[in-house]
Design a protein around this ligand. Structure first.
Ligand SMILES: Nc1ncnc2c1ncn2[C@@H]1O[C@H](COP(=O)(O)OP(=O)(O)O)[C@@H](O)[C@H]1O
Length: 230
């Protein structure tokens, strides 16, 4: 196998661990060479009372990729994207995927379609149709949570049968591997479920896993999770 080389486009925080701060070091430990584009540089994650910092514009993202391109250093085996806060930035990400695939048609695009959790949307609602119609079809692997899976499929998920129905819709949109990062179904609130499904060469492989939920609430675990599905 060729040397794995990832471009990770995610948030940077000065204090704490979300986005690239959660993903880069674990990927390096897994043996990946990681190039990082920081989509924002914030003082801390958005769960704090105040957040200060800068947001990278789509023009600046395009400029960074152009710089790599002009030096012929934009060959990647993998692209990873996480939280995106605007329509224009998300549209620019689809251009980046297409550009990197011209360079490497086998590029694996791992997309965490971060939109919300537990019924609460934390990105503009205009991002939903873009993820649904343009990003999911470009992605090789997606890692939505249960709420994001509902948003991407227009299905209300109440049980495991609904989960697999939704996963099937996502495969039909063109995504090879779907990994639902966390789902709370059923009565036992101490259990978190993970569902994964891959369609390759007409063969379908599915797995599900229950894990014990700790009482703590973590931030950055979704980003760490997405970096571990490679
Ligand atoms: N309270 C928790 N207890 C145990 N594991 C957790 C907990 N919260 C998150 N995780 C781990 O982090 C992974 C991603 O979950 P989560 O952060 O909820 O994803 P997302 O950000 O996509 O909603 C889970 O699959 C699980 O392995």
């Amino acid at each position: 196998m060729e040397d794995p080389r990832v471009l990770s486009i995610q948030s940077h925080v000065v204090s704490g661990y979300v986005g690239n701060k959660s993903a880069v070091f674990p990927l390096q430990l897994l043996g990946f060479e990681v190039d990082a584009i920081n989509s924002v540089q914030f003082s801390n994650h958005t769960g704090y009372n105040t957040v200060k910092g800068q947001i990278l514009t789509e023009k600046e993202l395009a400029e960074l990729v152009q710089g790599l391109s002009e030096n012929n250093i934009e060959y990647y085996t993998h692209l990873l994207t996480g939280y995106v806060g605007s329509v224009s930035f998300l549209n620019q990400i689809s251009s980046v995927v297409k550009h990197l695939r011209e360079k490497n048609p086998n590029l694996i695009y791992v997309c965490d379609p971060v939109m919300g959790d537990s019924g609460k949307l934390y990105v503009p609602k205009e991002l939903i149709p873009i993820y649904k119609n343009f990003i999911v079809p470009l992605a090789t692997i997606i890692t939505p949570n249960l709420f994001e899976t509902e948003l991407l499929t227009d299905i209300t998920i109440k049980n495991v049968v609904d989960v697999w129905k939704a996963v099937d819709i996502l495969h039909k949109k063109g995504c090879e591997t779907v990994v639902i990062s966390s789902a709370e179904l059923g009565d036992d609130s101490s259990i978190l479920s993970i569902f994964a499904s891959t369609v390759k060469d007409k063969s379908l492989k599915k797995l599900s896993m229950d894990i014990k939920k700790t009482a703590n609430k973590f931030t950055g675990t979704g980003d760490l999770f997405a970096s571990s599905v490679f």
